[in-house]
Design a protein around this ligand. Sequence first.
Ligand code: DC
Length: 215
Amino acid sequence: MSIITIDGPAGAGKSTVSKELARRLGFTYLDTGAMYRAAAWFARSRGIDCRDSKAVSSICPDLDIHFEDQRIHVNGKDVSHLIRTQEMDALSSAISRIPELREQLTRIQREMGRKGNLVAEGRDMGTVVFPDADFKFFLMASAEERAMRRKIQLDSSGEKVLYENILLQIKARDRADANRSVAPLRPAPDAEIIDSTGLDVDDVIGIMLAKIKGK
Ligand code: DC
C-alpha cells in the first residue's frame, strides 16, 4: 500500500521518471500537473479567466476529472493532447494559485491514493497531498538544462520557440510556483533531493529504487 511522491519544478524530468518508476514497480502513475491543465482547459472552454478566483471557484463543484488508461478526461471529454500546449502551460500555472481549486483537486488526488501503490507526481505531493507518503523525492535540474530539454521536446512536436524565450519562461514559472501563497513549490523536509543535471532517466530511477528497496 505504498505511496511514492515525486515533486519538483517544470522540466526536471519528473514525468518520464515517474511513469517509468511506476511501470517498474507495477504501481499506478498519477500525473497531477495534467489535472491542473485539465481544469484550466475546462475553465477556458467555459469562457472563464483562469486568474478570476471567484469564477474559477464557481466551476469547482462541476469538475469531474478522471484518468482512463493514462488518458485524462474532464467532464466526459478526453483532453490528453489538448492540455499540452504553451497556452495551457500558462493557464494551468495561473489556475493553480486558486485555493478552492487546489482543495478540490487535492480531494480527488487523495481519493486516488486510497487504493495505494501510487507514484504521485506534482508540486505539492509530499508537502500537502500525501504528507505521510512512504517515499518522497524532489527532482530538480538547472534552469538551463530544463530549457534545453523543453526545446528538444517542442522542436520534435513542430513548435518553434527560441531557447532564450523558453529559459525566461521557465525561470518566471519557477518564481511563480515557488512564491505563491498556497502550496508553494518546495521540498518536503523529509524528501530526498535529486539533482538530475547531467543524469539520464535510468540514473535517476536507480537512485530512487536503491532508496525504496533499501528500506
Ligand atoms: O507539471 P505541469 O507542468 O504539467 O503542471 C502544470 C501547472 O500546474 C504548473 O504551473 C504547476 C501546477 N501544478 C501544481 O500547482 N500542483 C501540482 N501538484 C501539479 C502541478
